[in-house]
Design a binder for this molecule. Structure first.
Ligand code: F6R
Length: 600
């Protein structure tokens, strides 16, 4: 949440910073700002709203080859121009951008800043005021920055400018992601390599509690104690075209359409030369050593975990528990003797999941991260990583990452099963090929889903998804998709639970989207549909070929019963997309949300 950029070099920085912020808008989009510095000092431009709003107020005539920028997802203080970053100290000597949350900011304010008038409601302003306070006490900027950092509790990625020095950006990080990018006669700072791919693909990872002094031709990384660290850069393997919308009106639609190709790519990436699916030996060993697997994730990734549990238990016969990461710290279950933790996270940066990872590592347990982002925090800090190979997912609503998570979990389950000498009743390579083809068919049926959205969801204030067994988990994901982008109150329910309370919500015309892809529960879910219809509901049944009846609204192609979530979710993604469009919602950037949730 919140994105940071910085540039120091040989050309005007404004456009590079603004373009960088546009690429980071997925991390927060309620306000934005840049600060640029030249021999005349610092100039700050900030505005409530999107980067486009910021762009309109930036003074074209201010030329400066050093600058920092920020796009915000509000934590402390409402979205407003005053609370937007950069923040400045009272004399405007220091200018700071921050991603993260300072937990002890109120304490620091009371202890150090009784005589300073703060103008914003942010925790960030406390940091910049403290730096100025220590500088007034006689410390140089680096010392004042360092001293302030030692007093902060919480998460931060910071970039700081000193009005008296237009040749340095001071950078630090703890728990929030931050990279330094290297160029020829310039260097950059970014929350995500994607932001600065426009100028470089060479990046250096930063670790928690490091300080970096960034100059045009030099980058010095140090620990908080001043120990110099040498770390080689890596090449960001991102194709600039992967992060463009191309001819699509929205990233979400593009990413839904990419799903068949992602399925094929995952199979190719996990296939040996002999055509077998493979997983590295150390991961298999960890799976086989475990007496119980604990899947930890949030949101859509949690929903993928619920399906993943079915894959692992049914194929590899290892018991699995699935936990919401933000709850795990308080409600930790009694752990088994030999647990293995699997973290599922598209971004690899989700703070709630990371907090659990830190805790389980402290207890000495092994952890595997399944993520779309190589080098992300959760990937670096776990013992093992499996990549999704889905390509950058930019729309806030997760689509292709969910189906990629399911495919990778299915592969993990199948390969583990085989390594345990268990028979898997189907050929997963072939079945994933069938899944990819089925996805192609569904992506080609957009008009049907647009019609469903118009007919069922154009004006409704709520919508319920029902299913049994594995369909119930897909219903949860369908409901999350719909509510987050169309703001329709949507919930997923297990078909059998309706009569235990929920059915009281059914009114005349309430849309009910029912999934019927499982032969074993087909009759029961259709019975549930009858119950809600008898109470006035407007049913939209999505069935699988072979199980369809005349009353169904759409029938998805047949795939292996266990793999249906990979395709039954596609209609739900598309229905949500069109519902949001019909209701004039900002599909890619829904209100109040951000893509990468880096605060707990
Ligand atoms: C919903 C969505 C979120 C994320 C959740 C976890 O469409 O994208 O619910 O799934 O914030 O994010 P990751 O997977 O990055 O840990």
């Amino acid at each position: 949440m919140c994105g940071i950029v910085g540039f120091i070099g040989n050309q005007d920085s404004k456009e590079i910073l603004l373009k960088g912020l546009e690429k980071l808008e997925y991390r927060g989009y309620d306000s934005a700002g840049i600060a640029v510095i030249n021999e005349n000092g610092v100039k700050v431009f900030k505005e409530k709203g999107r980067i486009a709003d910021l762009r309109s107020i930036v003074d074209e005539n201010t030329l400066a080859s050093t600058g920092i920028g920020h796009t915000r997802w509000a934590t402390h203080g409402v979205p407003s121009t005053v609370n937007a970053h950069p923040h400045q100290s009272t004399t405007a000597r220091y200018t700071l951008v921050h991603n993260g949350v300072i937990e002890n900011y109120d304490l620091l304010k009371r202890e150090y800043l009784q005589n300073v008038t703060l103008i914003s409601d942010t925790d960030t302003e406390v940091i910049v005021q403290m730096i100025e306070l220590f500088a007034k006490d006689g410390l140089n900027t680096e010392e004042a920055f360092r001293k302030t950092l030692t007093l902060l509790k919480g998460s931060y990625a910071l970039a700081l400018l000193d009005n008296q020095d237009n040749e340095t950006i001071y950078v630090a990080k703890n728990k929030s992601p931050l990279l330094v990018g290297l160029g020829d006669d310039f260097n950059v700072v970014a929350s995500d390599a994607m932001a600065m791919l426009q100028v470089t693909n060479q990046y250096v990872e930063l670790m928690d509690k490091e300080i970096v002094i960034v100059k045009k031709n030099e980058v010095t990384i140090q620990t908080l104690n001043g120990e110099i660290i040498n770390r080689a850069p890596y090449t960001a393997e991102l194709d600039a075209s992967d992060i463009e919308k191309g001819t699509y009106p929205h990233y979400m639609l593009k990413e839904i359409d990419e799903q068949p190709a992602v399925m094929r790519k995952i199979v190719q990436k996990y296939q040996s030369e002999q055509g077998q699916l493979t997983i590295s030996e150390d991961i298999l060993q960890a799976m086989n050593d475990a007496d119980r697997i604990y899947i930890i994730a949030a949101g859509t990734s949690y929903h993928a975990g619920l399906v993943g549990k079915q894959f692992i238990e049914k194929m590899a016969k290892i018991p699995v528990e699935v936990h919401i990461s933000s709850e795990f710290g308080y409600n930790m279950p009694l752990l088994s003797e030999k647990p293995l933790f699997i973290f599922i996270s598209q971004s690899g940066e989700t703070a709630d999941s990371r907090a659990v990872l830190v805790e389980v590592k402290e207890k000495g347990y092994k952890a595997l991260t399944i993520t779309n982002v190589p080098g992300s925090t959760l990937s670096r800090e776990a013992d093992y990583t499996l990549l999704l190979h889905a390509g950058p997912e930019i729309a806030v609503a997760s689509t292709k990452a969910y189906t990629a998570q399911l495919a990778v979990l299915a592969i993990l389950a199948e390969v583990t099963a085989k390594s345990r000498g268990l028979e898997v009743q189907f050929d997963l390579v072939q079945e994933l090929g069938i899944v990819a083809n089925a996805m192609d068919v569904l992506c080609g049926a957009k008009e049907d889903f647009e019609n469903i959205a118009r007919e069922f969801l154009a004006t409704t204030r709520n919508c319920f998804f029902i299913g049994r067994g594995i369909d119930f988990y897909v219903g949860l994901e369908g409901a999350l998709k719909l509510k987050e982008i169309s703001y329709i109150q949507a919930e997923g329910f297990a078909g059998g639970e309706l009569k235990h309370g929920t059915i009281a919500l059914i009114e005349n015309g309430t849309p009910i989207i029912a999934l019927a892809t499982q032969e074993s529960v087909n009759l029961s879910i259709r019975g549930n549909v009858k119950e809600v219809v008898a109470r006035g509901a407007n049913p939209c049944i999505i069935s699988m070929k072979g199980l369809e009846t005349d009353e169904d609204r759409f029938t998805i192609p047949e795939v292996h019963e266990l793999l249906t979530p990979l395709i039954s979710v596609v209609p739900l993604q598309l229905i949500s997309y069109y519902a949001a469009l019909h209701r004039d919602c900002d599909v890619d950037k829904p209100r109040n949300l951000a893509k990468s949730v880096t605060v707990e």
